[in-house]
Ligand binder design. Sequence first.
Ligand code: NAP
Length: 283
Amino acid sequence: MAQIINGKAVSATVREELKAECERLQKEYGIRPGLAVIIVGDDPASKVYVNNKEKGCAEVGYYSEVYRLPAETTEEELLCLVEKLNNDDKIHGILCQLPLPKHLDETKVILAIDPKKDVDAFHPENVGKIMIGNYSFLPCTPAGVMKLIESTGTDITGKECVVIGRSNIVGKPQAMLLLQKNGTVTICHSRTKDLKEVTRRADILVVAIGKPDFVTGDMVKDGAVVIDVGMNRKADGKLTGDVDFASVEPKASFITPVPGGVGPMTITMLLQNTMTAAKNTLK
Ligand code: NAP
């Protein structure tokens, strides 16, 4: 039977540390970390994420600004706002909630954010820095996964690590972070032949595909650490992961639940990046 990795508890510990660090920064340097979040349109899921980011900032004592812009906002207006925030000393991190409405070019917006304030780590400069291992910010979800693996006491060095999914937001940076910790990393995707043969080799299996209950017990090695990044809504409205918890849990040594695993870590790592950005202004 697996031990359940409690993402809420790990997240709470990191937030406590950030809160203390925020107080210290204000006392010693007069700096309060500040995050600006931009949301365009009214996608319901995005609204929930943005509200949670605002709440997260309040919890750890950060300054925050939220720009809720109408769906018909023009690219020029959006880029103008990003430029204003790039030049605002109170703001250390800028995040534009994706996806944007179709008429807005996400790439242009990502490129417009000052890489020093790019707390999502989506700007190509920051992506490149992650590749060469000389980074300030780590992408939030993969960084959260690394914290969860760390919380199990697992030494990644030399372990067979398999990541299912190769998105720019999760799969690819996840593989890079595991590699930096000396894992032997394999990335799988929809064209992988005999997926089960690969996943059964994994000591550490990270699943990020967006297909409910896709990974079943027969795909998992005995004693594996299994991290489920998936967040899928079932017909009854309940949240479920990419891993079939019932059949995988008896085989794994550690496993993340959904909800309550990776999910709570993502915003916490965003807060961590905002702290880093604020501290970098002192250098
Ligand atoms: P994505 O951009 O849709 O990428 C999915 C990846 O899974 C692709 O690389 C795809 O392969 C691969 N894939 C799809 N079907 C597969 C199959 N049958 N076998 C093997 N690989 C397959 O998704 P994403 O943005 O990475 O997100 C993945 C999941 O994580 C989603 O459920 C999302 O909601 C969740 N998520 C959670 C958080 C969080 O905070 N917890 C954050 C981000 C994402 P191809 O490249 O070949 O198409």
